[in-house]
Design a protein around this ligand. Structure first.
Ligand code: TYC
Length: 104
């Protein structure tokens, strides 16, 4: 005989328990500096963030005028990996360009 206070799990309980949760998202901010050429920033936004030339130029100019701008929004692992890749790529090309990841 079942204990009186034992709750049976309903189909709905299983559906709730197994439903996939949305991952936390992180935005990658690209930061302004005085030395990185505009054309290099546009190139980076196209190479690493799948922007077309028009979209890349829009983000680059926003960063240039306001100090920072959103290059893209990703899960934590992808955002952290992209930050490392982009910052290393800029360093390899002797530009001070930096990106950072922050939670949305
Ligand atoms: N401010 C830079 C210049 O005048 C251009 C620039 C734009 C640099 C965006 C970095 O993330 C950046 N050459």
């Amino acid at each position: 005989m079942a204990k009186s206070n034992t709750k049976e799990k309903t189909n709905l309980d299983y559906a709730e328990a197994t439903k996939t949760k949305k991952p936390r998202l992180f935005k990658i901010l690209i930061l302004n500096d005085d030395y990185t050429p505009m054309v290099f920033v546009v190139h980076v936004l196209m190479k690493f963030f799948q922007k077309d030339e028009e979209g890349a130029t829009r983000v680059m100019l926003e960063v240039h005028h306001k100090g920072s701008g959103v290059a893209g929004v990703f899960t934590k692992d992808i955002a952290e990996t992209k930050v490392l890749l982009v910052n290393q790529y800029a360093k390899n090309h002797e530009h001070p360009l930096k990106t950072i990841a922050e939670p949305e």
